[in-house]
Design a protein around this ligand. Sequence first.
Ligand code: SIN
Length: 487
Amino acid sequence: MKQIYKDVLIVGAGVAGLHTALSLDDDIDVLVLAKDYAWECNTFYAQGGIAVAVDEEDIPYHIKDTLSAGAGLCDEGAVDILCHEGPVVIKEFIKKGFEFDKDRYGNLLYTKEAAHSRSRILHAGGDATGRYVHQFLMDMLKFPILYNTQVTDLLIHNGVCYGVRVFHNNEIFNIYSKKIVIASGGVGSVYEYHTNARTISSDMQGICVMHGISLRDMEMMQFHPTVFVESGAVRKQLLSESLRGEGAKVVDDEGRRFLFDYDDRGELSPRNIVSQAIFDYRLRTKKRVFLDLSNFEEGFFMKRFPSIYFNMGNIGYNLPIDLVPISPAFHYAMGGIKSDLFGRVESVDSLYVVGEAANTRVHGANRLASNSLLEGLVFSKRVALDIKLTLKNKKDIVLFDEVEPSLIKQVDKELKNELRNLMWNYAGIKRDEKNLQKALNRVEEMLKLPIGKLLRLRLLSSREIIKSALKRKVSLGAHYIVKGDGV
Ligand code: SIN
């Protein structure tokens, strides 16, 4: 079996992975693994922006808003780090040459999104913040990327991680490394409707389950309220929260702004409340729900939201004039691989996790809008710091030579689609015990079938979501559980 040796191996080429690499010294031998093209990651598709305290006085308010959206499940230490270290990282980012959108006098433009008590979202390229951040990080990267590389296992022995096994170019081989960083994102593909890149399919979470590594808060799955799902694309078109932040309205087919029936903050309620309200209203009234953009002047809209304008234009919508039918769709996993505040994975030495794959409880039960790119930037720096401090520690070499089971089998495709449907209907936005139990039983059955390993990993992650949802008996944040038969 071919073998490669590295100092640091980073699984994932989104903001968390690339910024970890960028924060390491040039003389460290680093390899980044990308499952597909590097841009096929959630960072690339992020629209809204990066939330950051506008000045010193705003830091306590950013903390307060984050904690309040998190519904009591946040780790206050993690939130404190995010909101205090955020402005420092953003200043460094700007100093390195990143350009956020500015007004004609050169002042940074901040927008507002739901549940923020003030405008504090920086953006770039209008609604293309993620794409700009990703391109910038790629331009700055000093280390190689191995593309089209599927990680199939973590090489763990006696509580120490020695590297990963990969499938690349029709070959399975091991890459050994002193430090291994999981920055592979969340779980999007286990749901039928989602906004995620096609690479985001919970493989690393599933591998962790296989090795007995704890996932935490897996019931906390965030559904974005305003997504255009009526297209055949796997990744559904997100309609950024900043549209509502800047005045877009959610209406039914008679033009009624029904969100105020659910929360006084209407369109600016936290994401979980808006999603749950839309879901509930559609179910009760059988009406369709739309995003009304008529507050925007056309020229301004094209400039401020060029990607949404272009993408929706391509499928026949004339924005901001046309009403856009919307639905909530899976967007972001707050739950993930449990780690401390330097990204260290509990119980496995040399293994780190950062970004959406990680669970530091910085987002609690519901992530505040635009806090995720900031999380990727802030916590990756902390991961890199810990790596630099410990890279020289002695580590034995252990070689692994087990045979990898088949990754894909013919039955997988149909079962994968069944899983997506099951997760959307029974473990999605609105849950109840009976349907969760049904989903669990079916997932357990599927796990007993002769399936490929990659599907097995998805099933293991899905099982964690369902089991956590069954354990939490009362609604909290994004976890919305009702008594009775549910949907
Ligand atoms: C959005 O633009 O609405 C997404 C921002 C986020 O997920 O934080």
